[in-house]
Design a protein around this ligand. Structure first.
Ligand code: B12
Length: 579
């Protein structure tokens, strides 16, 4: 507990990103295993990314006279383990606190922050927003500690109206997309009526959060997405064409960022100090129209970014590859066929090219000067058995062999712990051979508090029951890591350490699962208590200020990433944390 109080954090609107689990450090009854986040992006099991829309809201509302600040509690708590959570909440001096429930994984943390905040600051209006918040809005607004839910994929205009009216002391009735309670406490909604064809505004990337002084490699990355929704319809995805229509009630399943906003965004990158040391992660570039992509590439060409990665659904046409290769930055392309087996790939919503086509495309792409190709596979897909997942790894070994010495990096990750709510499979699990364990937000919240990752899973498949699915994920990554060491792509010693941690997660995970699955609550509590020290010791190794992912399996720093908005200056935080 810190003795020095934190100075108050003032704003008209404070946008807060919750850790996936709020009181994670005290939980001796929740095991956060190594690789429990799938290992695709460099984050801890607190899931530190906040929606990039926080940055667009900050700019849009700021330009309209509202002081909007962002506080990433996930990064703050993992970076400053000795900060007292309630004193942080007490220091928040904003009449409205908006918490994202974009990814369902944050359901426990987001709701717990809302509850605690309301307890220490009953005067503060608590607002939720994001994809999951929109899907579950009617349920969420019924919690006594939630005042408002702002629905929609683009909330700029309704949020401006909300802040204006609040400032003038007017009623919020009739604000588009808002779910609220009336004076008698009865939940009301205006309806999702603000559904524009365009989406967002350009982000100001010219300044980045100050990193606290630590050893270790910083992560210099910017991330942008030029569209909301999706042109494709993968059945497991909560952002697919059908899911987007389902959540937002809009026929057209995509809204695009206007070109002048994209231009603005890239202009701000030119002003960023050390821009040439930054990687730019262009998410969802598979949704760009050919002319949109050309415009985007032309703008990128004007920057001095070190590297850029593009996610692609189809095999990028040769002409585009050549245009990408001409950029001054190092270009990497991410493909995600999901399975080497064409039938499973197709059932997963992919399967638009064969393995042979992909391999000769890789050859050509590298030949044109594309720097690297990442190829992602998934565990938990329809009809996928353990054998099939392991066969995918065998196929990856062939890829590593064929492209030895080149930057071709196959990766595999289990879809854990949640199947996306609102995805086609989530809506009709039986039709796809799936079983869904949690349906409501509250069921997900409770599920997230289970000790074992297996019991935190909201789904399983006919071919891979929950425990087997998780273990298959571990075993496939383990074998793929070995193959990368053998191919000279990763140092053998690093892979040995990595795989020792997988072995430990497999063995200890079984113990936690057995204890957590005891039906008698008292026996379960006793058994988990017996494992408490071992759980806490392992959690410490994962929930600390270092993050790795499969592509870069060495720890890098938490702090200084674009989403590490710590609220206070690191000097102040260091001071407070040292008491
Ligand atoms: C880009 C993206 C990412 C990026 C991060 C983007 C970012 N920081 O914003 C990366 C690649 C890192 C990523 C990671 C993950 N993602 Co993702 N991602 C997407 C993608 C492709 C675009 C979503 C998107 O953000 N669109 C832009 C719009 C909708 O949001 P926005 O502009 O940021 O915010 C606006 C509104 O949403 C709203 N809003 C949002 N929050 C709030 C809060 C308040 C208070 C208010 C008022 C408004 C508001 O207002 C904003 C301004 O208009 C979707 C797929 C899709 N097609 O939708 C998946 C998707 C969102 N991701 C998903 C998942 C599961 C994940 C991971 C959990 C995967 C994993 N590793 O396990 C991680 C979570 C990482 C974390 N939090 O640390 C699922 C979520 C399903 C669900 N309902 O839970 C989706 C739907 C599909 C998928 N499976 O990929 N993701």
């Amino acid at each position: 507990m810190s003795a020095t109080p934190l100075p108050s954090l003032r704003a008209d609107l404070l946008l807060v990103h919750a850790p996936a689990v709020f009181d994670f450090r005290k939980r001796r009854d929740m095991y956060f295993p190594f690789l429990g986040t799938s290992g695709d992006v460099p984050i801890t099991p607190l899931y530190e990314y906040f929606p990039v829309g926080f940055k667009t809201l900050q700019r849009f509302l700021g330009e309209r006279g509202h002081d909007v600040r962002i506080l990433n509690l996930a990064s703050l708590f993992v970076r400053y383990p000795h900060l007292d959570a309630d004193s942080v909440l007490r220091a928040l001096d904003a009449p409205i606190v908006g918490i994202d429930l974009h990814w369902m994984i944050h359901v426990q943390g987001a709701l717990d922050i809302a509850r605690r905040l309301k307890a220490v600051r009953p005067d503060v209006k608590v607002l939720l927003g994001g994809i999951s918040a929109t899907y579950y809005a009617e349920e969420l607004v019924r919690y006594p500690f939630v005042d408002w839910v702002m629905g929609g994929y683009d909330t700029h205009v309704p949020m401006a109206e909300l802040l204006d009216r609040f400032r003038r002391g007017e009623s919020v009735e009739g604000i588009p997309n808002l779910f609220y309670k009336d004076d008698s406490g009865t939940p009301r909604k205006t309806g999702l009526t603000y559904l524009p064809n365009t989406f967002a505004c350009g982000i100001d990337w010219s300044t980045q959060p100050v990193a606290p002084k630590t050893k270790g490699l910083p992560i210099r990355e910017l991330l942008s997405t030029q569209n909301a929704g999706c042109a494709y319809n993968c059945p497991w995805c909560g952002g697919s064409r059908d899911a987007f229509r389902r959540i937002f009630g809009r026929k057209k399943a995509m809204a695009r960022k206007p070109q002048e906003e994209i231009r603005y965004e890239l202009e701000t990158i030119k002003r960023l100090e050390n821009a040439s040391s930054y990687h730019f992660y262009s998410v969802g570039s598979y949704n760009e129209s050919p002319s949109g992509l050309t415009h985007f590439l032309d703008r990128i060409a004007e920057t001095s970014l070190k590297s850029i990665s593009f996610e692609q659904f189809h095999l990028t046409p040769d002409e585009t590859l050549q245009q990408m290769a001409r950029l001054g930055s190092r270009v990497s392309i991410t493909l995600s066929p999901e399975s080497h087996d064409p039938r499973i790939a197709t059932l997963s919503g992919r399967g638009v090219y064969s393995n042979e086509e992909m391999e000769s495309w890789i050859e050509r792409a590298l030949g044109y000067g594309i720097h690297s190709i990442d190829v992602w596979y998934f565990v938990g897909m329809p009809e996928q058995t353990r054998e099939s997942a392991m066969d995918t790894v065998v196929y990856c070994e062939r890829l590593l062999e064929r492209f030895k010495g080149k930057n071709v990096n196959p990766m595999i990750c289990p879809m854990v712990p949640f199947l996306d709510p609102a995805s086609n499979i989530f809506e009709s699990p039986e039709r796809y051979g799936y079983k869904v364990f949690f349906r409501t937000a509250e069921e997900h919240r409770r599920g997230m508090e289970r000790a074992s990752l297996v019991n935190r899973m909201n789904y399983e498949t006919k071919w891979l029951p929950r425990q087997e699915l998780i273990e298959t994920g571990y075993l496939s990554i383990r074998r793929l890591m070995e193959a990368k060491a053998a191919a000279g792509m990763l140092p053998g010693s690093a892979v040995r350490r990595y795989n020792e941690r997988i072995d430990d997660a497999l063995a200890f995970g079984r113990e936690v699962f057995a204890a957590d699955s005891l039906t008698d609550p008292r026996e379960r509590e006793r058994a988990l208590d017996g494992l408490g020290d071992e759980i806490a010791r392992r959690n410490e190794m994962v929930l600390f200020a270092g993050v790795a992912n499969q592509a870069m399996p060495i720890n890098r720093q938490v702090g200084g990433r674009w989403f590490d908005e710590l609220g206070w200056d690191p000097a102040v935080l260091d001071d407070v944390a040292s008491g």
